[in-house]
Design a protein around this ligand. Sequence first.
Ligand code: FSX
Length: 366
Amino acid sequence: MSDDKTLAETLAQRGISRRSFLKFCASIASLMAMPPAMAVEMAEKLAAARRQSVVYLSFQECTGCLESLTRSHSPKLEDLIFDAISLDYQETLVACAGHFAEHILKEAIEKNDGKFILMVDGSIPLKDGGIYSTIAGRTNLDILEWVAPHAAAVIAVGSCAAFGGIPKANPNPTGAVAVSDIIKDKPIINVPGCPPIPVVITGVIAHYLTMGTIPDLDELGRPKVFFGDSIHDRCYRRPFYDQGKFAKSFDDEGARNGWCLFELGCKGPTTHNACATTKWNGGVSFPIESGHGCLGCSEPDFWDAGSFYTALSAPTKDVANWAAIGVAAGAAIGVAAGIANRSTKTETKRTRKPLTVDDLKGKPKS
Ligand code: FSX
């Protein structure tokens, strides 16, 4: 699939207009909180770029990450991104099978040694010699340790690759670990979520193509531009939280009025992701907008962090108390997390540490 054409040549060949391309660049620049002028600079750099080789490996996972990436919405940002990269190997999408597929992977590595981006989804099982997930007779560990040293950088796609995810959930029967537990000498960008947001995955690739560097990362290796705010920071139901107005069940008056889902177990206050801003399915909605609390799937060990339907802190007896707690917690979170992040003071946002449950309860982090 790899070729030596520039992106501009590739797009022209595919009948994509300059206007559509500039629109695409403006969307990506906006998504990454760049000033509008950067869209033009991005367009120039991208147009001149050779198609970036990408090798995509899948390990212990459910294929939800790839489904998310490929079933993305219009405008076809992802289609353009796939024009901008040369996806030289992806097991699910590759047309051939067996020895031919193995040959393609080997060829992709040799042809762009030291230059390709390695995308990995799924965790890596280590127990019993890694036998719980093998491809063509090789363990996931063996394949990762073979391919990663030849990559320029690694993108760990999904919570399984980034943090171990559901396969690592207690009692972790396969001894699953994250990519960063194995690979120590390469830049690794974690793009968690179960699955991750498609435009966040492609935004990270676009950043690399445009800047030639990986984006600023938080302490968990996630791009700050997408994971700098909590779901709670950006949630459209946040005013109800601050007013102490909470749905008590999924079918009560509060739920019908669109009140805050905190008491129903929403993990938005401790979860960092862009769902509330980019949304899903073409920007139509996201879980909270659909009436269900956030599960916290982009945080480490989210599956073992308690019931999805238990509130982060114990409910108090009356609404007045909730209002007081809500306003105080809201103010604390607002200051700590920087509601002012919505302004252009992005540096403040990007240096902030992620909130934890202990932050909400006023306990110091251990
Ligand atoms: Fe994990 Fe992805 Fe969840 Fe599934 O590849 S992050 S189980 S959506 O598929 O790895």
